[in-house]
Design a protein around this ligand. Sequence first.
Ligand SMILES: Nc1ncnc2c1ncn2[C@@H]1O[C@H](COP(=O)(O)OP(=O)(O)O)[C@@H](O)[C@H]1O
Ligand SMILES: [Mg+2]
Length: 272
Amino acid sequence: MTHILAVCNQKGGVGKTQTTISLGAALADAGATVLLVDFDPQGHLTEAVGLRDLYLDTGPALYDALLDPARHDITTLIRQTAAEQFSVIPTTYKMALADKALYMAHGREERLKDLLAGVPREVEWVLIDCPPELNNLTDNALYAARRALVPIQAETSSVRALELLFDQIESIRRGLKIEVEIAAIVPNLVEHVKLSGRILDELRASLPAVTPFEVPKRQVVREAWDAGRSIFTYKPSEKAKREDRDELIAIYRDLAALVRARVADPVAGGVA
Ligand SMILES: Nc1ncnc2c1ncn2[C@@H]1O[C@H](COP(=O)(O)OP(=O)(O)O)[C@@H](O)[C@H]1O
Ligand SMILES: [Mg+2]
């Protein structure tokens, strides 16, 4: 069975792309077959997994498939990375036109869902890295996934951003008559200051979907990204950085276990 998760938050810079990659790597490391979809026209995920050259590829791409799903086979868009255990559907520069192009299209929210129906059955997890906007692309991702994973930063403006995201999910629920479940809210880029501690306490008290652990801000994340690697395959030369990487790997293994429990086995792992 294929589980689909949309990693979304309309705020940029909260860690959607890095969470998609690290969680994808953790699920793959635990033996699952994982496909990451770069659904942000900026192509950050494509770049961060070492597929930068594909961003400028002029051949048939995700954009073309979204506009004309019947004439494209999604399996032809799946790419392997040099070092990672997951596969990727990269984005290309053309995706910048997708939101507008979809606006007038019939059944516009259903395009990605229809395409993903063609993903090979052995793929167990599809993680969709959403753009930092509440637009047609994000609607498509939520429509296809019915489940959101939301990275946040523990700061006051993030709480407002969460409210906007919940409003959008509510309007999708009503407008499209579908359920969208929040699989997890993941505090990221946490620096241990009193303010973020207090905000996290408040968030956890009001939203059970917030994970019991958080992802600290660590320089090694940027380094891995610049090297086109996930933290699972990046090998820093400094010992301190290796320790930071190992700490992050342990956290993403916990996140993978939590997501598996909540999504793949919801009776055992349902959000308390
Ligand atoms: N836990 C972290 N520690 C350090 N840097 C991080 C962490 N999470 C994300 N980053 C960096 O912060 C920037 C924004 O993250 P990104 O995943 O691109 O956010 P988004 O996709 O929400 O815009 C990127 O440069 C990324 O490498
Ligand atoms: Mg991003």
